[in-house]
Design a protein around this ligand. Structure first.
Ligand code: NAD
Length: 360
């Protein structure tokens, strides 16, 4: 069977998440290159996941120019997504791109247009759509057994990004809304086929007006209300003021029932440790006392399913499912930017194009 040849660009946090996914499907994937300016990270990543026979690169241009791959997987800070994607697309490769698709809407639009023109695919890495518990919630909702969804509340939050690039708007594109809120926004848009009609938002504003992270240019708290073409309301939230580990929460209120999913602290294992464990859950500050160490965290957060889906699609030369295509990353970024506009200008924003379609 033909294996998909993958060039990983970046060998740190998100590359680790993707590598867990690749390592489980090595019958259909070959990691042919890993690029990071820190070669120790490259070696450590390869060692951790048992990747052999790959080329190590420190320079992105050399990697894209020389590596014999089919797909370039971009696990780089947000501000580099655009330039790495454009290089990879022009070199004839499909790309997997971490969220957000880019920091600027015009760059994301250029990526989508370029991929379309060159007949290449963009696989947009929205892991929420592959979290098994969220998929179960979608399946129950779609079955009609709890009636029509009326109101959906979704949030991702933790104590702050580990990445130095998350501190500056120039590198990140914003604060917690673009970094974490991108998941609930992308997830909701995927459920509703991008058909939103109105939104209104508020954020902590960044810098001195932040709740905790005054050194951060972007906001550390953000909330938005959206309405969709089918009448469903949604409340979406992201924040960097959550202690005790990352929270990924989804509540769906329907006509004849409700569904609650909490991916955080949901594991069946309970531990009490006086000295503390090596690791419990993503972004937990301490591990002493009582904890619920995550079981197969990367699988349960959706990373393995997402990578498996992308590999199958790339091998078949197909687009990804709704929510995971380049154009879905673009729509998500547009909504994030409108959330920022709404918060900054205190403005209720209507999606006239969608409202007109509704009237037809
Ligand atoms: N889906 C998720 O849940 C999730 C989680 C974390 C991060 N992410 C996304 O993944 C992307 C990467 O984030 P991360 O946390 O892995 O970042 P990171 O800061 O941990 O790692 C970035 C890596 O890129 C390397 N690098 C930076 N500039 C380089 C250059 N010019 N040439 C070569 N190497 C360079 C650095 O050495 C570092 O190893 C971001 O877009 C982020 O939003 C997604």
């Amino acid at each position: 069977m033909k294996k998909l040849r993958v060039l990983l660009i970046g060998a740190a946090f998100s590359a680790d998440l993707h590598s867990e996914g690749y390592s489980r499907i090595m019958d259909k994937v070959q990691i042919v290159g890993i690029c990071d300016r820190d070669l120790d990270r490259v070696a450590a990543l390869a060692e951790r996941y048992g990747f052999r026979g790959y080329e190590a690169y420190t320079d992105i241009d050399t990697a894209i120019g020389e590596c014999h791959c089919d797909v370039v997987d971009i696990c780089m800070p947000n501000f580099l997504h655009y330039q790495v994607a454009m290089k990879a697309l022009h070199a004839g490769f499909d790309i997997i791109c971490e969220k957000p698709l880019a920091t600027k809407v015009e760059d994301a639009q250029d990526m989508v247009d370029t991929a379309h023109r060159l007949g290449r695919h963009i696989y947009y890495a929205e892991d929420w759509l592959f979290a098994p518990a969220f998929r179960k919630a979608i399946a129950i909702m779609d079955s009609g057994q709890v009636g029509k969804p009326l109101y959906i509340r979704a949030r991702e939050s933790h104590c702050g990004s580990h990445s130095p690039f998350a501190q500056k708007i120039e590198y990140c594109g914003g604060g917690c809304m673009i970094h974490l809120g991108v998941h609930p926004v992308g997830f909701l848009l995927a459920l509703k086929d991008n058909r939103w009609t109105e939104l209104v938002a508020m954020t902590s504003g960044g810098g001195d007006t932040n709740l905790v992270h005054s050194q951060m240019e972007g906001e550390d708290w953000a909330g938005a209300f959206l309405r969709f073409a089918d009448g469903t309301y949604a409340a979406l939230e992201a924040n960097y003021v959550t202690t005790g580990g990352m929270e990924d929460v989804l509540d769906i209120y329907c006509e004849k029932g409700c569904i609650h999913v909490d991916l955080s602290f949901a594991g069946p294992v309970k531990v009490f440790s006086i000295d503390g464990l090596d690791y419990t859950v993503e972004k937990a500050e301490i591990t002493t006392g009582w904890s619920r160490p995550a079981v197969d965290e990367k699988y349960n957060l959706g990373y393995c399913g997402e990578i498996d889906h992308f590999v199958d699609c790339a091998l078949a030369g197909k687009d990804a499912q709704v929510g995971l295509r380049g154009r879905d990353g673009l729509e998500t970024l547009k909504v994030i930017h409108l959330i920022y506009q709404s918060a900054k200008e205190g403005k209720h924003i209507r999606n006239r194009e969608q409202e007109e379609q509704n009237e037809v």
